[in-house]
Ligand binder design. Structure first.
Ligand code: PLP
Length: 395
């Protein structure tokens, strides 16, 4: 049996039509299949491979840590240098009062922790989220997901969640003194890479302050430099009460985290004791990979270059079949004329050696979220492939 057959037979499937590319290795901006065909990666494992594939600094950090120790104890009991150094460096890069970070294993798990913390801190039950929002796939994160078709089959979910329209200030009066938290993606991802407009986040922040509700911002996609700042919210002049991160934080390793003030985070210590528990959260090898990634993002010119690379994409990708380009930095989505063109573009580009991908809700969108380390030449090569495929498309 080939790996392909075994993949379909033994590995639980999540899609009726997976891309099923069989990987042999990955390096820099390229992924290689078992026949050694190279694929230029405009997706970065869905915004995860911040520093490209097999980044030597990340690999070195992982190897060094593996040689010292791996898992030794559940989260939060022992002092493990990689997690301490990582959370300290994060605190120095985040605005006050965001200082204490809880490390977990995935984005969705970090969302669960953030919602629990908001409930524990306010004693309130209601959470406000946004229509078309995606925050993960566990029960709590799914409860705040604004995509009904994706959650109908899994009800009942956690009660007390209300949905408002992102970017509509008229709906902010739904945030009341009963609201524990408002949870938003800083830039809506699956919905189509929609940026907050007209000081929307400032208005949300103000309403949260008026009502004593906590503002949770999901930075799992924009975080770690993708929008030209370390976190997306830094572009919009506000500070959330809880910031949630994941994906690009790990430089290719699985991770999630949520950060808040000491005052808030300390609430998880008692009443009940161990208000949030994880076995592997803060894992030393993962933390070492995150630390190497964070150091590189903050000590290089990658963040500012991200904005220049955005401009290059915008300059190159002008075509009658592309309606608009949404997003910021290297979190970009091409909005095509229709869904059929989107599907054609993703599949044909794959045949021409360029990896693109879809978004969850906006079916006309083509995801462009390459590694931040992608070169201008690689951007040009990839855009040439996109334009070639579009030029050959029979409208
Ligand atoms: C905005 C956002 N929140 C949460 C998640 C969930 O993260 P994970 O898949 O690591 O659980 C994702 C993943 O796509 C995401 O894009």
């Amino acid at each position: 049996m080939s790996n392909l057959d075994d993949f379909y037979k033994y590995q639980a499937q999540t899609s009726p039509h997976p891309l099923a590319l069989e990987i042999s290795k990955a390096e820099g901006s390229y992924i290689y299949d078992i026949d050694n065909n190279a694929y230029l990666d405009f997706v970065a494992g869905v915004s995860a491979n911040t520093l490209g594939h097999s980044n030597p600094k990340v690999i070195e950090a992982i190897k060094q840590q593996v040689d010292q120790y791996m898992h030794v104890m559940v989260y939060g009991e022992y002092i493990q240098q990689p997690a301490v150094a990582l959370t300290k460096l994060l605190a120095s890069e985040l605005p006050a009062p965001l200082e204490a970070t809880y490390l977990v294993n995935s984005g969705t798990e970090a969302i669960e922790g953030a919602i629990k913390l908001a409930k524990r801190a306010t004693g309130r039950a209601t959470v406000i989220s946004a229509k078309n929002a995606y925050h993960g796939n566990t029960m709590g994160a799914m409860s705040v997901m604004g995509i009904e078709s994706r959650k109908r089959a899994f009800r009942p979910l956690i009660p007390g969640v209300k949905f408002i329209e992102f970017n509509n200030p008229d709906e902010l009066n739904q945030i009341t003194h009963k609201t524990a938290a408002v949870i938003l993606e800083t830039i809506q991802g699956g919905a189509g890479f929609i940026q907050p407009q007209n000081d929307y986040l400032k208005k949300v922040r103000q309403r949260c302050d008026e009502t004593g509700s906590l503002l949770i911002l999901d930075e799992i996609q924009p975080g770690f430099g993708r929008t030209g700042k370390l976190f997306g919210f830094m572009n919009y002049g506000i500070v959330p009460d809880i910031v949630v991160m994941g994906k690009g934080m790990g430089g290719g390793m699985p991770v999630g985290a949520f950060t808040a003030s000491h005052k808030l985070m300390n609430l998880l210590k008692d009443h009940p004791k161990q208000g949030h528990i994880t076995t592997f959260g803060g894992h030393p090898v993962i933390a070492a990979a995150c630390l190497a990634t964070l150091k590189e993002v903050i000590n290089s010119d990658l963040q500012e270059k991200t904005l220049e690379k955005e401009q290059l994409f915008r300059k190159l990708l002008i075509h009658p079949l592309i309606n608009e380009i949404r997003g910021k930095g290297l979190m970009l989505a091409l909005i095509m004329k229709n869904e059929e063109i989107t599907n054609h573009l993703v599949m044909e580009c794959m045949k021409h050696g360029l990896v693109l991908f879809w978004l969850l809700v906006e079916t006309r969108a083509v995801r462009i979220t390459p590694p931040l380390t992608i070169s201008n030449d690689e951007i040009k090569q990839g855009c040439d492939i996109i334009l070639k495929v579009l030029n050959q498309y029979n409208v």
